[in-house]
Each structure stands twice: as C-alpha cells, then as structure tokens.
Design a protein around this ligand. Structure first.
Ligand SMILES: Cc1cc2nc3c(=O)[nH]c(=O)nc-3n(C[C@H](O)[C@H](O)[C@H](O)COP(=O)(O)OP(=O)(O)OC[C@H]3O[C@@H](n4cnc5c(N)ncnc54)[C@H](O)[C@@H]3O)c2cc1C
Length: 321
C-alpha cells in the first residue's frame, strides 16, 4: 500500500481549486511514498471533468459515474472506499470543505484508517506520512504520525498547498461502482448562492488590513479611504468582522479567507494571533504597525513600526494632499 488517492471536488461543472491544491500536495510526497498518484472524479459528468484534473504528477484519473447529478455524501463514501481498496491507497486526500467533511470521516471509519482533518502541512518521515494541523482552537501546531495504520485519510485545508502549473499525461480510466443500490442521504432541493462579496481577499495582491485597534465602526472609512488611495484591498482581523464593522469577506485568517495571492500585507493594529497568521502564510512581504513593540506580529513582519495607526493614517493623508 503506497499509492495516494485524491478525491476531486467539483461544483457546477468546474473542479474546485482545492482539488488541484491536493494534487500539488500529493505530488510533493509521491516519490518518497513510492506509489502512484490517482485522482478519482465522482459525478454525473465525471468524464467531462477528468481532463481538468490532468496535472503534473498525476498517474491515473479514475472516473466514477454517479446516478445523482447532485452531491450526495453516501454515494461519495461508497465510491471512495471502493476505489481506495481497489488501488490499495496508503493515503486518501479529501478537501476540508463542507462536502469533504460530509463523507471524509465516514470513509476513514469504514477503512479503519488513521484520520486528521483541516491539515495544512504534509510531509514524510522516512516513508511515513506526517500531517500538520492545529490544536487547542488553533493555538498550537502539531505534527501527527499514524503508526500501525496501513491507510490514512486526511482532509486538506484549501488555499494552503500549491497547485501544479503544468499539465499532466495521466491515463483516464472509467471505473464501475454499483451506486444505484446505495441509499442516498436526502433529497436535493436547491442550491442557495452565497451573497456576493465586495472583495476577494484570496486573490488580492496588496492588502491593507485593520485590527481591533480601529476601536469603532465610525473609524473604518478613514482606513477604507487610505486603502483605496494606496490601491490596496481592505482586509481585517476577526474582531472587526465579528463586530460587524466590515463584512466577513474582508476577514483574513483561519476562519476567514487565506490571502493566497498577496505579495504585500500592511497590518495596522493587528496583534498577530496564530489564527490571523494562518491567513498570511503565503504573503511575500509583511509590514506591521503596532504601538506594542512586543506584539507577535513583529515576529513575522519584514518591516515594522511602533506607531499609532491613527497618526499614521493622518500623516499619509497629509502626504497625499
Ligand atoms: C477557532 C478560532 C478561529 C479564529 N479565526 C480567526 C481568523 O480567521 N482571523 C483573525 O484575525 N482572528 C481569528 N481568531 C481570533 C484570534 O485569536 C484573535 O483574537 C484576533 O486575531 C485578534 O485580532 P486583533 O489582532 O485585531 O486584536 P488584538 O489581539 O486585540 O490586537 C490589537 C492590536 O492593536 C494594537 N493597538 C491598539 N491600539 C493601537 C493603535 N492606536 N495603533 C497601533 N496599534 C494599536 C495592540 O497593541 C494590539 O497588538 C480566531 C480564534 C479562534 C479561537
């Protein structure tokens, strides 16, 4: 058992980004593990999606035709367990998403495997997979090994692993799984689209982010204007979003959005809690402004200033005018 099985996630005829990110994570340890990398695409239109999963490092794409045109966790559980056993997968990777969490733990229970959720790091110790995840509400990071477990199921955090850029030359193989007799988990009624967001933190290249130091919502327009003037997207820490001073789409971090495309991050009055830093791990250059010289944000910042954020905003405004 040395292979890796990545379970493709898709919606509305498109692969979700997390699928390609899982392929990137799997490809980075494939040689050390010693087995092939297989992607399973399950769905009504599985064959049409197979080509999109054909990326560098993938050896085989298995398509499983589903009788249901909508996602059903029971069908995924059956299909993934069947393919994992047929391909003797050592490692099964599933997105840490609403869909992935609906069938991933059930797959792990059925396969009697080791299991970890919300994994943000994947490596090898010898030929043993090691999964990194948070603990105690994200206050610590831990590396997990799975001794004596022949199979390991992991759900991987999105916007965390790098997707391969090059196309692959995997073979595409239809795989029959008897899904008609599997009792579904419910009746699909409708999809409700999320309300449109005014920012896309995941794609923003330059983010000016404000923390609790802004104190109250009437102070936000000053920083929104500064962000606009600098050509930055306005981000925030969780207390700012929780207080309703900015919509949730602006929140950077573990329970917000990961700034996965950001080259410059200006953190104004943000202490640097681990949950916020989880959203900044891809940032190239971090500039932190905080009145507390001991603030943890300075441990990760490339440049820092012990300055009051209101004084800074006013000084910049004067500079512009
Ligand atoms: C499960 C879980 C998930 C979480 N997810 C997230 C998440 O996704 N994103 C997130 O941000 N947090 C998240 N949190 C919350 C996180 O733990 C912190 O509480 C939060 O990040 C703190 O936000 P902050 O830095 O704005 O506030 P604080 O920690 O209160 O820091 C404010 C900082 O501003 C500085 N300051 C104050 N006044 C000024 C001034 N005038 N000028 C300059 N500096 C000043 C202070 O010195 C301080 O360092 C999560 C927590 C949990 C338990």
């Amino acid at each position: 058992m040395t292979g890796i099985l990545v379970v493709a996630e898709h919606f509305d005829g498109l692969l979700r980004d997390v699928t390609l990110e899982m392929i990137g994570a799997a490809a980075s340890i494939k040689d050390g593990l010693g087995g092939p990398l297989t992607v399973v695409v399950i769905g009504h239109d599985a064959e049409a999606l197979a080509n999109a999963a054909n990326r560098e490092g993938v050896d085989e794409i298995v398509t499983v035709a589903s009788p249901d045109s909508h996602f059903d966790p029971a069908l995924y559980e059956e299909a993934v367990c069947t393919v994992a056993e047929a391909r003797q997968a050592r490692l099964v990777l599933i997105g840490h998403t609403a869909a992935g969490m609906a069938f991933g733990p059930a797959v792990a229970a059925r396969l009697g495997s080791g299991f970890a959720s919300d994994v943000f790091g994947l490596s090898l110790e010898g030929a043993e997979p090691i999964a990194s995840r948070g603990g105690y509400g994200g206050k610590v990071a831990m590396d997990l090994a799975f001794p004596d477990k022949p199979v390991i199921v992991l759900t991987l955090r999105g916007a965390t692993f790098k997707a391969p850029e090059e196309a692959g030359n995997a073979s595409i193989v239809p795989f029959a799984v008897e899904l008609d007799a599997v009792p579904g988990t419910g009746r699909h009624i409708d999809y409700l689209p999320a309300p449109p967001a005014d920012v896309d933190i995941g794609k923003a290249e330059f983010i000016l982010s404000v923390g609790r130091a802004v104190q109250e919502d009437k102070n936000l327009p000053q920083f929104a204007a500064l962000a606009e003037r600098l050509g930055a997207t306005l981000g925030c820490s969780r207390p700012v979003a929780d207080s309703g001073w900015l919509p949730k789409a602006h929140q950077v971090g573990q329970s917000g959005t990961i700034a996965s495309n950001c080259s410059l991050y200006l953190a104004l009055g943000i202490s640097g809690a681990v949950q916020h830093l989880a959203g900044m791990k891809h940032v190239d250059t971090i500039i932190a402004v905080n009145t507390d010289p001991e603030a943890p944000i300075f441990n990760v910042a490339d440049h820092g200033a012990c300055v009051d954020i209101f004084e800074l905003a006013e000084a910049l405004e004067r500079e512009f005018n």
